[in-house]
Design a protein around this ligand. Structure first.
Ligand SMILES: C[S@@+](CC[C@H](N)C(=O)[O-])C[C@H]1O[C@@H](n2cnc3c(N)ncnc32)[C@H](O)[C@@H]1O
Length: 270
């Protein structure tokens, strides 16, 4: 049984690696020039409320050692704010993209990128002041191992902040399962990813002394615009109206906020 589970985990990791290697190579082919890799912090954050809130949760950045992941957008931004960043990602091609991004943004001396899964990473104990990840946890195959690794490498009092896709909204989960990829509705993401449940979040939190969930915005009707209207320019007025509904719900119906698709999770090491 245990061997079966391990084989499944290995298989899932390989599938993730392959999917993101492929995505990074595709992006690389479509980049017209290096300027597309430029990260201008204020512009970047202005169009991404989740990242802006996550950054606030991280607190002071300058001079901090931060563990990051992915293709380096946020790692580069953190380095631009004066952090020393180490990024881990299972995909070698995402790692290369992150290195290229750091070079283009003149922060290569502040960034180190390693191609390794977060489960296998040999992160040293108490090495980092902070950890940041965006849309990573719902892709990893063994959350328990990742939570232990992340908690171990954080200094006492350090925070790990993750922006994550969650399974709190049954309607979105239904659409994901039965509608995406059919009836002309686009399907994004990998076959192996799976939105986090509250049970998984609590399990992840066991390695920390405290955790909290922050809802930075409400994302629901927005998906109609992306998946059904394919963000068509001639239907932009509908997309704008749908976004306005999401905003109204966030501001006026606080009890519905937890049904948003993206949560920010903050874990503190004691
Ligand atoms: C949806 S993407 C998030 C991208 C990220 N926000 C960025 O800055 O590019 C998920 C990322 O998780 C990485 N990943 C998936 N499983 C992983 C694992 N077990 N360990 C480390 N990285 C992993 C993928 O290679 C991919 O880069």
């Amino acid at each position: 049984m245990k061997e079966n589970y391990r084989a499944k985990v290995r298989e899932r990791r390989q599938a993730e690696k392959k999917a993101f290697d492929h995505k990074a190579l595709w992006q690389n082919r479509h980049f017209k020039n290096d300027s597309q890799l430029l990260i201008k912090p204020l512009e970047f954050l202005a169009s991404r409320p989740l990242y802006k809130t996550a950054l606030k949760l991280l607190g002071k950045i300058e001079g901090k050692k931060i563990l990051g992941c992915g293709s380096g957008e946020m790692s580069v931004l953190l380095a631009e704010y004066g952090a020393l960043v180490t990024g881990y990602d299972i995909s070698q091609e995402q790692t290369k993209l992150a290195e290229q991004r750091a070079l283009v943004n003149s922060v290569a001396d502040k960034c180190t990128f390693v191609s390794s899964s977060l489960e296998d990473s040999s992160l040293a104990k108490d090495e980092f002041d902070l950890v940041f990840g965006a849309f990573i946890l719902h892709h990893v195959s063994c959350l328990e191992e990742v939570s232990q690794n992340v908690a171990r490498c954080l200094k006492v009092g350090g925070k790990a902040v993750f922006i994550e896709t969650v399974a709190s909204n049954p309607l979105l989960m239904f659409a994901r399962r039965y509608l995406a990829g059919r009836f002309g509705i686009s399907r994004f993401g990998t076959d192996t990813e799976s939105p986090l449940t509250i049970k998984q979040i609590k399990l992840f939190a066991r390695a920390f002394c405290d955790y909290r969930i922050v809802y930075a915005n409400f994302v629901f009707f927005h998906f109609i615009s992306t998946y059904l209207l394919h963000d068509r320019k001639n239907l932009k007025w509908i997309s704008t109206a749908l976004l306005a509904i999401d905003k109204w719900i966030y501001e006026h119906l606080g009890r519905l906020r937890k049904y948003t698709y993206w949560w920010i999770l903050e874990f503190t090491k004691g």
